[in-house]
Design a binder for this molecule. Structure first.
Ligand code: ZN
Length: 279
């Protein structure tokens, strides 16, 4: 921040706000943050990787870092060369850092889609949760998940984000991303008031739709997944693309078996979830 700009700020909040719009443009690449947006963030560790939001904020996206150490992940998220960032970073001990202002578009989602919208970066807040990922799929520590839960509750309350729009990276980047993983405790978060989750229907076998299936039942499944928000083709033909969407759905909502086959448990869980989203 320049000396001249500090002088304006010293004129008091009224003057500061009146002049801020006129003077904001040259400082757009800089962050004006002096304190975190969330009271639960211990400190700022600002990343240069952010831009203008191109649409209103309406979703919260959860990730795992997928790197061997927290330090390596934090470094990647805060150096300009990486071109990636997130708004928040939650360490294994529950420490929360804020890297990007909630007002800005962070670069965590990449090529993405949900409920008819692309560019989910513009419409979301992203949280990176320290975890090595599928190479070492141990449980997330309790204190880390409790920290994630209180941060998510706070973000959703302040930004009016509805439970059905608290999503995993795997939900919005089907076939490309698998984080935060089928071992992420979505159920625990739901018990803490975060996100939408229904108890998965038991796996009992029975009739299963899978690759190669054709017809009205396949089309109804595809439509139900698309209506929920997934990037699902509606063709009546169960190809690799539909198997990928079903696997993404299972990873979040029926995590005990992620196989891309729409068995009775998957279909029933999707029905119950959709009913919950409409309620
Ligand atoms: Zn991710």
């Amino acid at each position: 921040m320049s000396v001249a700009f500090q002088g304006l700020a010293a004129g008091g909040p009224g003057l500061y706000n009146a002049l801020r719009g006129a003077f904001a443009a040259p400082f757009r690449r800089r962050s004006h943050m002096v304190a975190p947006d969330s009271p639960f963030a211990a400190e700022l560790r600002l990343s240069p990787n952010h831009g203008e939001r191109l649409r209103p904020l309406s979703a919260l996206i959860l990730h795992y870092t997928g790197m061997p150490t927290a330090a390596a992940a934090l470094r990647l998220l805060t150096i300009a060369e990486s071109q990636v960032s997130s708004h928040y970073f939650v360490d294994e001990d529950g420490t929360i850092l804020q890297l990007v202002s909630e007002a800005r578009r962070a670069w965590h989602a990449g090529h993405s889609f949900w409920a008819g919208e692309e560019d989910i970066n513009s419409a979301s807040i992203g949280i990176e949760i320290v975890h090595p990922g599928h190479d070492d799929p141990h449980p997330f520590p309790d204190r880390q998940i409790e920290a994630v839960a209180k941060l998510c509750r706070d973000i959703c309350a302040r930004n009016a984000i509805v439970p059905a729009r608290v999503l995993g990276h795997s939900d919005i980047a089907v076939g490309r991303k698998i984080d935060p993983g089928e071992f992420f405790p979505w159920k625990v978060l739901a018990e803490r008031g975060v996100g939408l989750f229904v108890e998965p229907a038991p796996i009992v076998g029975g009739e299963t739709l899978e690759r190669g299936a054709q017809g009205g039942e396949v089309e109804a499944l595809q439509r139900a997944l698309a209506d929920y928000g997934y990037k699902s083709p509606v063709s009546g033909s169960y190809g690799d693309d539909t198997a990928a969407v079903v696997a993404a759905f299972q990873r979040h909502f029926r995590p005990r078996l992620v196989d891309g086959r729409a068995d009775a448990s998957t279909l029933e869980t999707l029905r119950a979830l959709a009913a919950g989203a409409r309620a």
